[in-house]
Design a protein. Structure first.
Lengths: 137, 137
DNA sequence: GTAAGTACGTACTAAAATGTTAGTTTGAGT
DNA sequence: ACTCAAACTAACATTTTAGTACGTACTTAC
């Protein structure tokens, strides 16, 4: 049983991302990495080969793609199927766990795709508030 | 009106994150940045001062915190209220737009916090599939 | 014969993100 | 008087991340 201070500090028994040493931070980093997000989204459409992924995810380099895939595989988000033929044939797909995160990531991505025009337009939404005796910005 | 090829390539009129030059990628980067995620989550609990945020988000440095806050402010996710007194007093809070993303980010974070133990445990979920004539890994 | 495609690994370089330290200004606490 | 806290910024050092180029081993297309 965790100490009282630990329990209080982390706000419960589960990991708390706001605490420095929380291991969830690594997973978060893997999932929200530049290419991680995009690969997850790309694979939501189904099973894809390496080169198909490279074409789907605009701008990835071979190196980054394979690195990202390895990380996502380690975390159990994607599974890799190797057909032992030549030339090589490898397929990637989401695991059930991968499907779950991908949905959440997708939701975020969708929201952002929608909001981006507004954000780019008036880079100042409801401007900084004015309260008694205040200098804004 | 966008060209046919553009429309086809992006899969619609909205931004498509899978396309290299999509401006949404920048916003995505801002939101999913190492500290961006955590600040958004921290601010979900309410209005906070700079030093309170620093204490809440474990591990941030002054520099990163203020940089992250500036970015989030530019994107219209957080609003900054300056009380013109000395010593300085500044408060940060989520804008309506910020509340929206924060919820999605929070959902992702919650899922990850829950899944992390499993992920860390058996870094191999359903192991790489076996199909006819296949060498796995 | 030569080029291209496949799925990477490796080495090296460049660019971006992050961290560290110091300094600013002024009031409150001891 | 001296220190601390507040909210930053600037300068500089380091770490992480990403990109480029090349090699592999073999096949199909030109």
């Amino acid at each position: 049983m965790p100490s009282l201070s630990e329990t209080i500090q982390s706000g419960g028994l589960k990991g708390n991302l706001l605490v420095t040493q929380c291991p969830s931070r690594q997973i978060l980093k893997d999932v929200t990495s530049r290419w991680g997000v995009l690969v997850l989204i790309a694979l939501q459409t189904g099973r894809l080969r390496f080169a198909e992924l490279r074409r789907t995810v605009g701008g990835v380099s071979d190196r980054m793609l394979s690195q990202t895939l390895q990380t996502l595989e380690r975390d159990g988000f994607v599974s890799r199927t190797v057909y032992d033929v030549v030339p090589p044939h490898v397929e990637y797909s989401l695991t059930p766990r991968g499907c779950d995160v991908a949905e959440l990531v997708r939701a975020l991505a969708d929201w952002i795709e929608n909001a981006t025009p507004d954000i780019m337009a008036g880079k100042a939404p409801p401007p900084t508030e004015s309260l008694s005796g205040i200098t804004s910005d």
